[in-house]
Design a protein around this ligand. Structure first.
Ligand code: UDP
Length: 238
């Protein structure tokens, strides 16, 4: 059994935590992700997670309620910390060692982000959860995933979604939509395919950091990817 990726960054959206209930955090989802992460921790893979906040709050939606954008973005960042705390509990419940790191100082509940310290946690087999995005408004947690993955020298970003990869058109609307097993950064931009926001995407492109977009609700996928199976869509420079 060969391990393809020794250090990964898993991006989980806030929405992935809400399950069928449509908002908030569903216990069964936490359990499911914890088991998937455990299956690769047990292989000796180093795992960092960037968690989103869209199940609770998004900055852009706030504008509709008369909350200014920047204020809304900070509210969104706080939402990711709530999700991070929930995920931390879920992982601990499943028997893993974890550290929750926040880009916004909140020292009673999370460590501040110190790059070398985060890397040390990974080396010791702890799951590192990055919350608070990058700590600045006008960004998303996809940008945080791209930034942190580069900083900690992750070999790949595994972007968990509810579809099983990247298609040339929306597979929910078009029956003849074609899925890519692999695609270059350049093509994604040329074809205007939606993988991550552009800031996140170009950061990965410029630094040669591959992204795998995959269905995170298939419980064996994470392990399969780490073991080199072709799951989802691989985006890289070629
Ligand atoms: N956000 C931000 N800066 C960051 C990360 C997040 O301002 O570095 C805010 C932004 O308002 C965003 C919200 O937090 O809408 C929740 O994050 P995101 O939408 O990325 O979560 P996801 O879609 O992954 O659930």
């Amino acid at each position: 059994m060969t391990i393809k990726y020794k250090r990964i960054l898993l991006k989980l959206s806030g929405e992935s935590l809400m399950g069928a209930q449509g908002f908030g955090i569903e216990a069964s989802m936490l359990k499911q992700y914890a088991q998937q992460i455990k299956s690769i921790i047990d292989l000796g893979v180093e795992v960092a997670v960037v968690i989103g906040g869209g199940n609770i709050f998004r900055g852009l939606q706030a504008e509709k309620s008369g909350i200014e954008r920047v204020q809304g973005d900070y509210m969104g960042m706080l939402a990711t910390i709530i999700n991070g705390m929930a995920l931390q509990s879920g992982l601990e419940e499943a028997g893993m060692y974890t550290r929750l790191i926040s880009a916004i100082e909140m020292k009673e509940i999370a460590e501040p982000y110190i790059r070398r310290r985060a890397i040390r946690h990974l080396e010791k087999g702890r799951v590192v959860i990055f919350s608070g995005g990058i700590g600045s408004p006008y960004f998303t947690t996809d940008s945080a995933a791209a930034l942190r993955a580069n900083e900690i020298n992750a070999e790949v970003i595994l972007k968990g979604t509810r579809v099983d990869g990247i298609y040339n058109k929306d597979p929910l609307k078009h029956q003849d939509a074609k899925k890519y097993d692999k695609i270059s950064f350049e093509e994604v931009i040329k074809m205007n395919l939606n993988v991550m926001d552009m800031t996140a995407f170009t950061l990965c492109q410029e630094n040669n950091l591959p992204i795998v977009v995959f269905d995170v609700n298939d419980k064996d996928n994470l392990k399969k990817i780490v073991l080199g199976e072709k799951i989802g869509t691989l985006v890289e420079n070629y």
